[in-house]
Design a binder for this molecule. Structure first.
Ligand code: ATP
Length: 246
């Protein structure tokens, strides 16, 4: 039998407040071990897709109107957010959302769910291996960290629950180019060293296309283009509208 994709979204339609169609007929697939990018300008509907996948739409009066979402072949549509995390899908929300008055270590522990002390210690050490910069800052309050370090803590916190699929919402937002490069390197390392499957939502199309296996571009709630990173980097429209090249 064919191996089911890590994440499969089919004909997804999401409505806010019973009226605003933020996502229309979106289908996408992320195979196990892939990095897949979801690109598009502000308001295209990228975050809404992630929220649907993570089961956190209700908080914003949104709902899945049509379509299905499967994680490793199992439907998640009816599952609540904690259940989806247990099934292996974890999201790093846009804006990091750390506990500003807690330390790096305390923030990491906040991402851990019902595991043994030994497993927690091991998960924490993995995070410090991936982000060596955080080692010296483990007792620093998150509010005092740089934007890049905060993003590392946010990703680290998500890793504490050992996701099989990690969804990152705009990890490069507001960061200096060198820091963005560092974050994207860690994303590649995560996939290479630990086989974590990654869905990457980005406005930084050029960086995202450079590291992804496959990408989808959204406009006005719909997928308008998709292809390998390489194909899209050669596409004339992508070059003009998303990469600012001619
Ligand atoms: P951004 O990069 O700004 O997050 P995006 O591509 O992720 O953009 P979404 O945030 O998913 O886009 O928004 C898609 C559409 O849904 C937009 O028109 C937005 O105004 C609308 N929208 C988003 N959240 C809500 C909400 N809670 N209530 C009503 N409309 C919403």
């Amino acid at each position: 039998a064919a191996v089911p994709p890590a994440l499969a979204i089919r004909s997804l339609q999401v409505v806010y407040g019973g009226a605003i169609e933020a996502v229309r007929d979106v289908s996408l697939e992320v195979r196990a071990g892939q990095i897949v990018a979801l690109l598009g300008s502000n308001g295209a509907g990228k975050s809404t897709v992630l929220k649907a996948v993570s089961g956190v739409l209700d908080a914003e009066d949104g709902e899945i109107d049509k379509g299905t979402i499967e994680l490793f072949g199992r439907p998640i549509k009816q599952a609540g957010a904690p259940d989806i995390v247990r099934q292996g899908m974890v999201q790093v929300p846009e804006g990091r959302r750390l506990f500003a008055t807690l330390t790096v270590e305390e923030n990491l522990m906040a991402g851990a769910h019902t595991r043994s002390t030994a497993e927690l210690a091991e998960a924490r050490e993995r995070v410090f291996r991936l982000f060596p910069r955080l080692v010296d800052k483990r007792s620093t309050v998150a509010g005092y960290l740089s934007g890049g370090e905060q993003q590392m803590v946010a990703i680290g916190r998500a890793l504490m629950s050992r996701p099989r699929v990690l969804a990152l919402d705009e990890p490069s937002l507001g960061l200096a180019p060198l820091v963005v490069a560092e974050i994207f390197d860690s994303v590649q390392k995560l996939r290479a060293d630990e086989g974590v499957t990654i869905l990457l939502v980005e406005q930084n199309a050029s960086r995202a296309l450079a590291i992804c296996d496959y990408a989808y571009i959204m406009e006005n709630g719909r997928v308008v283009l998709d292809g390998t990173g390489e194909q899209l980097r050669r596409n004339a429209d992508v070059r003009e509208f998303y990469l600012g090249l001619s």
